[in-house]
Design a protein around this ligand. Sequence first.
Ligand code: F0G
Length: 451
Amino acid sequence: MSDNLHQLRCFGCGTRISGAEAAADFRCAQCGDLFEVEYPGWLERTGFDRPNPGALKWLWRERRCSSEALDHSGVWRFRELLPILENFGNAVTLREGNTPLYHLPRAARALGIDQLFAKHQGMNPTGSFKDTGMTAALSVARERGFEWVACASTGNTSAAMAAYAARAGMRSLVLIPEGKIAWGKLSQAMDYGAVTCQLQTDFDGCVRVLAEIVRSSPVYLLNSVNPYRLEGQKTPALEIAEAFDWNVPDHLIVPGGNLANSSALGKGFRELKELGLVARMPRISVIQAAGANPLVRSLAESFGASLEPVQANTRASAIQIGNPASWRKAVRVLQDTNGWCIDVTEAEIAIAKAELGQEGLGCEPASAVSLAGLKKLHARGNVASGDSVVLVLTGHTLKDADYTIDFHRGTLLTEEERAGAEDLVASLRRNALTVEASAAAVLAAVKGLCA
Ligand code: F0G
């Protein structure tokens, strides 16, 4: 018996195809839009394939005590909601997911929002949320017999893909924009044995080159245009709902780059609601860097009807993306949930990241946009003090240690960027001291700082 219950539906024109019929670039042959995974059996209210909410909640909890490898994955523990493989035994897992949901007491106090949490997706095996999507899509690639997988990346996708490919004994090809990704991520791709090509272009340029390669070579594309990626990336929604005892927070705040993650989390919550596992969806808001804000502009200029690519420029290199592939899906999530899409400046990102650091929660700059965005939404009155809020932190702090060190040394932000926030920035900086190797000198330095 096959575990596979899915088909693909074009997000633009609604054309339905089987998984095996998808083109190498995952674009619809009719209209060029992206596909979404759907499970036709779920639509029949009394059908055999429609999951039973009560039974699932019990089963997923039971699996936490299971000794089966698949049950140790925070993605495959929920496999009834992602029946995309012929055989779940083909799943390639590094025990992804099961990430912590931390309370943020300092930020909660500062904002007057008591119920403030961070879902730290940086606590995945390769240090970013990409692992949840990669276990899903790479497993499909392996099951379909591909030898090579490939992605264009701002760094985290490539790290995740390289790791899962290595695990599966497959070859991987990484295209990254030269000089525009953090060293931590580049080192991972190398370590996991990917063929890593640095191209003299930006992320959007890498995407264009890769699209040509997959059309002419037997390489399986693992960018987030691959709809199976989103099936894995929707599972943090399930974890959050489970942690809230099958309720949902009032707000979920997500960084936006290529816009797959916000789309995936929206899909996760939508399916939970449709299947009767939760009663409502959270309001999902997407935060972009001001220098890479094509979705913010699209909503302001055309209410999300069209998107004009921008030349992206931000130090939050993970989200330095000017032509996001999944923007239509993200617009639907914003519309379905009445969420907001706003942007934040370089200084706001750096400050939010340092504030999270003070909570003992490091993250990479692209993750900190969620706290920076929350502060803005709260100031605008979009988020009320009594609301419950979950921020999605997408990447681990060690991914981009250079950024952190530059901030604390005072070399990250220009004077212009710091303007108006000099005191706050100064109060958050904790530069390392160079001290003579004696106890007296160290104690004097400590005294000097505490004075
Ligand atoms: N945060 C981090 C740490 C990321 O690496 C990314 C995307 C995002 C947020 C944005 O997520 O693209 O789904 O909206 N990184 C991709 C990469 C593009 O290649 O690693 P998104």
